[in-house]
Design a protein around this ligand. Structure first.
Ligand SMILES: COc1ccc(C[C@@]2(O)NC(=S)NC2=O)c(OC)c1
Ligand SMILES: [Zn+2]
Length: 261
C-alpha cells in the first residue's frame, strides 16, 4: 500500500522536496499507519501525562514551525508508562500543517491525511543529562503525535493562536505565562506506537513515537492563523509557512503496535 497525493507534495519547502533518505536509514518517520496491520500489545501500559503549566517558557518561530518550549531542568513535566521504560521530560511542542486543510499531517492512518499534526517532544531524563545528548541516542526521545481535524474551535489552542501574529517572522519570540499542554491531548487513551525518527535533519533515529488514535478538533480560522506565519525573517522576501511536513517514509522491517483492540 503506498499512499500518493501528488498535489500535497507539489510545492514542498526545499527541506522536504525530495523525501530525503539517510544512508542506512531503517527507521525513518513519518509513516502511514495501516490500522489492520497494527498489532494489539496487551503489555502496553496506559500512558501517564504529568505536565506542570508553570514550566512553560515561550513560543517562537524557528523558520520551519512554531514551537512552545518548556523548562526541563527537573522532572516537573513528564510522561511515563505506555511503551516507555523511563520518565521522559517535556522539552517542546510544535505543529506541521498544509497550505489548505486537505493535507498537512506527517503521519497518515490508512492513507488518510489530516489538516495538521501536533508533536509533543520529550527526552529520556533517566538515561541522559540533556535533550541534546538524548537526541542522538536510541530511545532518547519520545514524541506524542496528535492529529488535528476540522471541527469546533479549540479553546486551549486559541491562547496560542492569539499570540501567533507576534511571531510572524523567523526567529521572533513571545513570552508565555503558564500553558497546560495536556489541554491539546484527546481524552481517549488509545494510541499506536513504533520506532522512528525526527522528521527534519538531522533525522536522528532516536524517537519512540506515540500516535494518538483520536484527533483533536480545531476550526478553519485557527488553521488560517497558522498559515499567516512566515518561513522568512523580516528582511527577506515573504514565504508563507505552509506545507512544513515530510513525505511518507518506508515502514521497512517495523511493526506498529496498538494499545487498544
Ligand atoms: C536537532 O534536534 C531537532 C531537530 C529538529 C526537530 C524537529 C523535528 O524534526 N522533529 C520532529 S518530532 N518533528 C520535526 O519537525 C527536533 O524535534 C525534536 C529536534
Ligand atoms: Zn514535528
Amino acid at each position: 500500500i503506498s499512499c500518493t497525493h501528488k498535489n500535497r507534495y507539489a510545492s514542498l519547502h526545499p527541506l522536504w522536496q525530495s523525501p530525503i533518505t539517510i544512508p542506512g536509514g531503517s527507521r525513518q518517520s513519518p509513516i502511514n499507519i495501516q490500522w489492520r496491520d497494527s498489532v494489539y500489545d496487551p503489555h502496553l501500559k496506559p500512558l501517564e501525562i504529568r505536565y506542570d503549566p508553570d514550566t512553560c517558557l515561550h513560543m517562537w518561530n524557528n523558520g520551519y514551525s512554531f514551537l512552545v518550549e518548556f523548562e526541563d531542568s527537573t522532572d516537573k513535566s513528564i510522561i511515563t508508562g505506555g511503551p516507555l521504560e523511563n520518565n521522559y521530560r517535556l522539552k517542546q511542542f510544535h505543529f506541521h500543517w498544509g497550505a489548505v486543510s486537505d493535507w498537512g499531517s506527517e503521519h497518515t492512518v490508512d492513507c488518510k491525511v489530516f489538516p495538521a499534526e501536533l508533536h509533543l517532544v520529550h527526552w529520556n531524563s533517566c538515561k541522559f543529562g540533556s535533550f541534546e545528548e538524548a537526541l542522538m541516542e536510541e530511545n532518547g526521545l519520545a514524541v506524542i503525535g496528535v492529529f488535528l481535524k476540522l471541527g469546533a474551535n479549540h479553546g486551549g489552542l486559541q491562547k496560542l493562536v492569539d499570540a501567533l501574529p507576534s511571531i510572524k517572522y523567523k526567529d521572533s519570540l513571545v513570552e508565555l505565562e503558564e500553558f497546560d499542554a495536556s489541554c491539546l491531548l484527546p481524552s481517549c487513551p488509545d494510541y499506536w506506537t513504533y520506532s522512528g525518527s525526527l522528521t527534519t535533519p538531522p533525522l536522528s533515529e532516536s524517537v519512540t513515537w506515540i500516535i494518538k488514535k483520536k484527533a483533536i478538533e480545531v476550526d478553519e480560522d485557527q488553521l488560517e492563523v497558522f498559515r499567516m506565519l512566515l518561513f522568512t525573517s523580516a528582511e527577506e522576501d515573504e514565504k508563507r509557512m505552509v506545507d512544513n511536513f515530510r513525505p511518507l517514509q518506508p515502514i521497512m522491517d517495523r511493526t506498529v503496535r496498538s494499545s487498544f483492540q
